[in-house]
Design a protein around this ligand. Structure first.
Ligand SMILES: [Zn+2]
Length: 68
């Protein structure tokens, strides 16, 4: 993975957490990569509700200014 952006983490309940993120990645086996990421999030952080967006190149949101 080269980078990530547009990361959002929020509670679904007192025991469940959701995560959504854009991942810039240029490997050759996206299914295996997604499996590794979702497994790591579940095992290390207990996050099982995950939405991952793979991008070959960063989308416009990677450079968006959310400060205003
Ligand atoms: Zn993006």
């Amino acid at each position: 993975m080269q980078s990530l952006h547009d990361l959002h983490i929020w509670p679904l309940s007192t025991t469940r957490t959701a995560l959504a993120v854009h991942l810039v990645w240029q490997g050759s086996d996206p299914d295996a990569f997604l499996d590794r990421v979702t497994d790591a999030l579940a095992k290390t952080h207990g996050i099982a509700n995950v939405t991952l967006q793979l991008e070959r190149n960063p989308c416009d949101r990677a450079h968006a200014d959310f400060s205003s």
